[in-house]
Design a protein. Structure first.
Length: 214
């Protein structure tokens, strides 16, 4: 069940990313960096997800003074494929043209990103390197999760600006509210997922006891 939740969370997350890109209001600083690199250097957005993830794995290893968590590349690969897949699908289905439809698309996308991130992080299985970096800084600095997330976004905002990524109102909203939204949603998803896993464990034990009694 944990792996089902993990994959589901990644697919939800990448759907949200594709919506923010399609909104044309600007994406998160990290995604703006990926889009900027894709547009001005080449390769797909998903491909750059994997390349940057590899660099972040090395960074995380240095911060934690431990072996690189290469399993994070699996997550980054699934995320990259998901982004490219959803972008391919949404290009023809999601085409906001006026400002309020673009804003609505972005806000929905940002909420979906937070929900997907919260779900897959609760599984504790190979977080995306940038999310792993958020957790590492949260642990090292002993600051709230949204503070660590915001600091990371500020760094990637500068990098995205340098490569000409899509920076706009949506980017500002992400920097200001994404970390806070993630922290808020994680509190709810943790309770829901813990209850779900507990109920499934109880159900599984009950079934085994019935089989044993028979």
């Amino acid at each position: 069940m944990k792996y089902v939740l993990f994959v589901a969370g990644i697919l939800i997350l990448t759907l949200g990313i594709s919506l923010t890109i399609q909104s044309e209001l600007g994406t998160s600083p990290f995604d703006a960096l990926l889009v900027g690199l894709s547009q001005h250097v080449g390769l797909s957005v998903g491909s750059w997800e994997v390349i940057i993830a590899l660099l972040l794995i090395g960074c995380n290893s240095l911060l934690k003074l431990q072996k690189p968590e290469y399993l994070g590349l699996v997550t980054a690969f699934i995320t990259g494929v998901g982004i490219d897949l959803w972008l391919y699908v949404s290009e023809s289905l999601v085409t906001p043209e006026v400002w309020y439809s673009k804003l609505m698309t972005f806000v929905i996308g940002l909420a979906i990103i937070s929900i997907g991130t919260a779900i897959y992080l609760q599984t504790n299985f190979a977080p995306i390197p940038i999310d792993r970096l958020t957790l590492i800084l949260h642990e090292l600095t002993r600051t709230p999760l949204f503070v660590s997330r915001t600091l990371i976004y500020l760094v990637f905002l500068i990098l995205a600006f340098l490569v000409g990524g899509p920076i706009g109102l949506g980017t500002l909203l992400t920097v200001c509210f994404a970390g806070l939204l993630l922290q808020f949603i994680m509190a709810y998803t943790k309770r829901i997922i813990d209850r779900l896993l507990t109920d499934m464990d109880i159900s599984s034990r009950t079934e085994r006891e019935k089989e044993h009694s028979v």
